[in-house]
Ligand binder design. Structure first.
Ligand code: SF4
Length: 520
């Protein structure tokens, strides 16, 4: 079948077994005029997606909406749910949060059936818009095919070019659509074989939840870079990016999907596990422990909260500090600050207070804009910090602009000394696996050594946890340099897959190294 045989929901409106309901009322929150856009959360790496799938539940769409709500931190730009009632597929998609689009009984009633898959999304400015909102849907020769994807295909541009040359017509700019075209054009006889055939051609990171008229497929890339777990709720099987989504819908955690595993759940509930990609050493994203996952999730067999507290303890051992108070940068620095305090014996105190009445917003495009207005969301607890020597704990430094602001905020509140400790190694490289990262020249650790970074953020001292300290914090003896146990490329520059779509210059830049784990 050639690419022209693939018709998308945007094209097939009449006579197809799919109804697409775009919620035009949802608001895209990434606007330069957003008055609350500048806060400490702005200078973070951004996980781009979360996925959720449920099969065998009477209220599948409602469970899906609830699960996506628990995954909202993985993407706040847009949300979509597709359901299947045994005959037809129904999709509702919109810009904004889950609650903006799926809070009413009517919105859920538009999605009948016992099987549903959903997606929350964050993307860079160029990728915004309804046409990229997932699940993506296509009518294939074998029937409907809806896919929700967390991750990034690092050879998507090359594959897309080839597909277009062969006549494929793309309806979105999403890398996920490449998978659909590859499935559509595969010569293998069964849909399962076509799907495996397609995935053998892609490189990069993918955790996928797919719906077909026969049931649900859930799959993780051979290295397991992005997370995916399976749960059980009565007779229903659930797949989700994080265990917290299982907790929230009342499901029991069964297990994580193995790297390279493809789980097939048929409409009658029969579950089959396939391992079509051979044996690979897993390389899950270590940044899930540091920041992306919710602290109440379990990732790669470990409590995320526990890992973050351990990182703080490692940091205290590696980079002690003579100080009066340990102060977290809220909220993501809290578990590591608790660990630092427990290990060092220095009291933990909330020296920065977060307002919970400011809307959650997105990264702004210019550093100048980012530098303004930090106090809208966070304010120093002056009575506590005045005259004190403070150890500030944050999970990471990306551009460094908000770190500078927060150090300044402590000094303005009367802190005598401000020592900055970071619960991850310096983030000096971009991520090509589904995380929005600024270009290397915008990453503070991409252009400065630790002494220069300290000077930039104007702290009295600055230290990052070492890469081995990070590995110890997640229960290992340290990093196995010959065969690393995690993907840690944003720290080390060692990417676990080919990066076909990158130019040679970008590849050279990505391999640059930088010092880690020293106090400046
Ligand atoms: Fe995670 Fe960093 Fe690897 Fe991206 S490069 S998958 S953020 S560890």
């Amino acid at each position: 079948m050639d690419g022209l045989g693939l018709l998308f929901h945007a094209v097939v409106a009449i006579g197809a077994n799919h109804r697409d309901i775009a919620n035009k009322s949802g608001t895209l929150r990434m606007t330069s005029s957003d008055p609350f856009a500048f806060d400490l959360d702005g200078d973070k790496l951004r996980e781009e997606c979360g996925v959720f799938g449920v099969i065998g539940a009477t209220d599948a769409a409602a469970a899906c909406a609830l699960g996506l709500h628990a995954l909202q931190h993985r993407g706040q730009e847009a949300v979509g749910i597709t359901s299947f009632d045994g005959t037809e597929f129904f999709t509702r998609r919109g810009l904004g949060h889950v609650a903006d689009n799926f809070s009413t009984g009517e919105s859920i009633a538009e999605l009948p059936g016992t099987m549903a898959a959903g997606h929350v999304r964050y993307s860079t400015t160029g990728g915004a818009g309804l046409r990229n909102v997932q699940p993506l849907y296509a009518d294939l020769a074998s029937g409907g095919f809806a896919v929700a994807h967390n991750g990034n295909i690092s050879n998507a541009m090359a594959l897309r070019q080839e597909l277009v040359q062969n006549g494929a017509i793309f309806q979105s700019t999403s890398d996920t659509e490449v998978i659909i075209h590859l499935v559509a054009t595969s010569r293998f006889p069964t849909l399962l074989d076509k799907f495996v055939d397609a995935l053998r051609m892609v490189e990069g990171a993918y955790s996928l939840v797919v719906m077909t008229p026969r049931g649900m497929l859930a799959c993780r890339d051979p290295l397991g870079i992005r997370p995916l777990v399976m749960g059980r709720l009565g007779d229903a099987t659930i797949f989700a990016s994080e265990t917290v989504a299982l907790d929230v819908v009342g499901a029991e955690f069964v297990r994580q999907i193995d790297p390279g595993e493809l789980v097939e759940v048929e409409l009658d509930g029969k579950i089959t596990s396939h391992h079509p990609f051979g044996n690979h050493k897993p390389r899950p994203c270590i940044f899930e422990h540091v920041y992306f996952s919710r602290p109440d999730s379990v990732f790669n067999g470990r409590s995320v909260y526990g890992s973050r507290r351990n990182i703080g303890m490692e940091l205290a051992k590696e980079s002690p500090c003579d100080a009066d108070l340990v102060v977290p940068v809220p909220d993501s620095g809290v578990p590591a600050a608790i660990g630092y305090s427990q290990e060092s014996g220095i009291p933990f105190e909330l020296g920065i207070i977060r307002s919970h009445y400011v809307g959650r917003t997105f990264i702004q495009p210019s550093d100048g804009a980012r530098n303004a207005g930090v106090k809208r969301k966070h304010n120093a607890n002056r009575a506590l910090v005045e005259g004190k020597r403070i150890v500030l704990i944050d999970d990471s430094i990306v551009r460094g602009t908000t770190s500078l602001k927060i150090v300044q905020m402590m000094r303005d509140a009367g802190a005598r000394e401000v020592h900055f400790r970071v619960a991850s190694p310096p983030t000096g490289n971009g991520c090509y696996y589904g995380v929005d990262t600024p270009e290397r020249s915008k990453l503070l650790a991409g252009r400065m050594n630790i002494a220069a970074m300290r000077e930039f953020i104007q702290a009295d001292s600055l230290a990052f946890v070492s890469i081995d300290g990070l590995y110890r914090a997640v229960g290992l003896d340290g990093r196995n340099n010959a065969c690393p146990q995690y993907c840690d490329a944003c720290f080390t520059g060692e990417y676990p897959t080919a990066l076909t779509d990158l130019s040679t210059r970008e590849k050279e830049e990505a391999q640059l190294t930088f010092p880690v784990g020293k106090v400046a």
